[in-house]
Ligand binder design. Structure first.
Ligand code: MSP
Length: 634
């Protein structure tokens, strides 16, 4: 049996919840996987998570949990999402999986033995956020972006991969394999980079614990990229080399320079194609939590899985960046799915119902306009296949929609409602209805990899049995007679989105939008004061020596408080929460330089600090038992 078509996505870091950018890569890969299966190919499709490294280690430490526990928690963000979205990967790999650890250690050992990995010392600037040593130029870029705080100088004993040795072999390989990197302009970037010269690559760390230990030298862990890239081997299960590796443009170098060099060193074949897509932007800017412009798939899922898939694949031209806007999203769906295809299908099916009682007629004669639709229909399917085979769903869908729109014009021009009035027009009406049916019957299987549910609905509305996704795309019989009548009650393909309503909801939902809302009933943080202002307040440790209720008040308690330098009379509004007897000998914090004020005729010389949630009682702030009256609190 021949090897399956093996395709991979990058594996995602577990330090964040997925946003639409992450979702996009796996949607694209899923569409390719479905398409290939529909073409009759065996497919192996791998996605997963990249769980080692400093960022996870730090985030876990901040939470006081083990890194693996954090990874287990966060990985569900991806596994749940992909399950909800019906992704058809064959394995979800985690770099913490036992078989992956084995792969990494075995390959590390192999390259150590061949001399492609050697131990030495490295000193340089290291970017904590990129988890990589940076060149001087890169360091300057980071400094210019105000990101210099992410740079630290590291000197460590490290294992190097002999990347320099592969400079020439890589360039030769690129020259001999023009399809290795797509699109072309990205390939050129890669070539230029390699032509600029390659230096050996540090591939172990002693400063990090959370990683796969270097076999036989466990104070080192394997550098996270060597670990991560090898997931494609672990997950291959006999399917290596990959036919298609989809990555974002930001990780292109890792996949087209380091990765093939590692593979050459291991004596393994290289992937056939690495496809680099651009980014989804938001507000024409990179999505980032700090900018508050991150778009999460959860926000879009209510419009349906197919809606997201269609939008991603139709709107993004692979290779280029694309700005995301909710308005654009809704406009696209309304125009193409509710109006365009949805409307065309419901009109066509209801005309077949009305004029032919549901039975699909076969065209006997075609006039020029019928023949044009017939020919274009046959061509559009072939064109869709060719473009999807080149992973260009954007162009494939574009071509299909141009055709679907031409059918609207065809209906307007043919005016079937007029033709139906005179039996003499039957051959023409048959040709029109037959053409519309054939066009929709070919559209459903084409769309099965893009919108599996909608395609199936369309298929059933046409009265067809089985699955749209099971129709072999290369073998669609355009002019086969209809096996059965169209559905008597077709279901709407896509409900029109009420854009104004959605925008209003979105805006009101977006207003507070804190990632983690405080759950307490406490006032917001007060206005900023500078340190000098704060330090003007004299806070002292005090000890309550005497306490009694103020007559006729259930709230006020009069106290004598020792503040080290003197004893003060202080009146506090804590009578509902504390009994005077319970206050004796208690250590408290006193605001010692507050202007005196009279409460129910008694002059109070200070105030006690208390914590409060606005709703229940005050909680006196208590210094530790060994603090002494008179200590300054600062
Ligand atoms: N863990 C590495 C990949 C290791 S592969 C051996 C990594 N992870 S990531 O979670 O940061 O990114 C995963 C993928 O998401 C990358 O391909 C990246 O390009 C993609 N995207 C991240 N933000 C994106 C957008 N805004 N738009 C489109 N894709 C983007 O890198």
């Amino acid at each position: 049996m021949s090897k399956p078509f093996y395709l991979t996505t990058p594996i995602y870091y577990v330090n964040d919840r997925p946003h639409i950018g992450h979702t996009y890569t796996t949607v694209l890969a899923d569409a390719v996987a479905r398409f290939r299966r529909q073409m009759g190919e065996q497919v192996r499709f791998l996605t997963g998570t990249d769980e080692h490294g400093q960022k996870v280690e730090k985030a876990a430490a901040a939470k006081g949990i083990a890194p693996k526990a954090l990874a287990d928690e966060v990985v569900a963000n991806y596994t749940d999402l992909f399950a909800r979205m019906g992704m058809t990967h064959d394995r979800f790999i985690r770099t913490t999986d036992a078989d992956h650890r084995e792969t990494v250690q075995a390959r590390f050992k192999q390259l150590l033995e061949t001399g492609d990995i050697y131990k030495s010392e490295y000193e340089g600037l290291y970017s904590v956020s990129d988890e990589a040593f940076v060149t001087e130029t890169q360091a300057k870029e980071l400094q210019a972006q105000g990101l210099a705080h992410q740079l630290v100088t590291l000197k460590e004993e490290t294992y190097f991969f002999r990347l320099s040795k592969y400079e020439k072999p890589l360039l030769e390989y690129y020259a001999a394999h023009p399809d290795f990197v797509q699109p072309d302009f990205r390939f050129n970037e890669v070539k230029r980079f390699v032509e600029g010269g390659l230096t050996d690559l540090s591939i172990s760390r002693t400063t990090i614990n959370w990683g796969i230990p270097v076999p036989g030298d466990e104070k080192h862990v394997v550098y996270v990229w060597f670990d991560a890239l090898l997931n494609y081997l672990t997950g291959a299960e006999g399917a290596w080399p990959a036919d298609l590796q989809i990555v974002g443009k930001d990780i292109l170098r890792f996949h087209t320079i380091y990765w093939p060099a590692f593979l050459m060193a291991m004596g393994l074949p290289l992937p056939k194609t690495v496809l680099a897509h651009g980014w989804w932007l938001s507000g024409n800017d990179k999505m980032s939590k700090s900018k508050g412009n991150v778009v999460r798939p959860d926000t879009l899922l209510k419009f349906g899985n197919d809606a997201i898939r269609f939008f991603f694949l139709r709107d993004m031209q692979v290779g280029y960046d694309r700005d995301f806007s909710f308005e654009g999203f809704m406009d696209r769906l309304n125009a193409d799915l509710a109006n365009g295809l949805g409307n065309l299908a419901s009109r066509s099916i209801s005309m077949i119902q009305r004029y032919r009682n549901g039975a699909v007629p076969t065209a006997t004669t075609l006039d020029a306009s019928d023949a044009a639709v017939d020919q274009a229909g046959r061509a559009v399917v072939a064109d869709f296949i060719a473009k999807a085979q080149g992973h260009d769903f954007h162009a494939a869908l574009d071509g299909l929609w141009i055709y679907l729109r031409s059918l609207d014009a065809y209906i307007v021009q043919a005016e079937p409602w007029k033709l139906a009035k005179d039996p003499a027009n039957d051959p023409k009406l048959d040709a029109v209805l037959c053409n519309l049916y054939r066009a929709l019957r070919a559209t459903a299987p084409c769309l099965a990899s893009v919108m599996p549910e909608l395609a199936q609905l369309l298929w059933e509305n046409l009265g067809l049995a089985g699955k749209a996704a099971d129709q072999r795309l290369g073998e669609l019989a355009w002019d086969a007679p209809a096996a059965s009548p169209v559905a008597a009650e077709p279901k709407p393909l896509f409900a029109r989105i009420d854009k104004d309503k959605e925008m209003t909801e979105l805006e009101s939902a977006a207003t507070p939008a804190p990632e983690a809302a405080p759950s307490l009933d406490v006032p917001a943080i007060r206005e900023v004061v500078d340190a000098d202002t704060f330090f003007k307040v004299d806070l002292r440790v005090g000890k309550i020596l005497e306490a009694e209720r103020v007559p006729k008040s259930d709230k006020l308690i009069k106290m004598k408080v020792d503040i080290g330098l003197e004893q003060r009379t202080i009146v506090g509004g804590i009578g509902k929460a504390y009994e005077p007897a319970d206050l004796l000998q208690k250590l408290v914090v006193v605001v010692a330089n507050l202007a005196p004020r009279k409460l129910m005729g008694i002059e109070s010389h200070g105030m006690l600090l208390a914590a409060s949630d606005n709703a229940s009682k005050p909680y006196l702030v208590a210094p530790p038992a060994d603090a002494q009256p008179g200590f300054l609190v600062k």
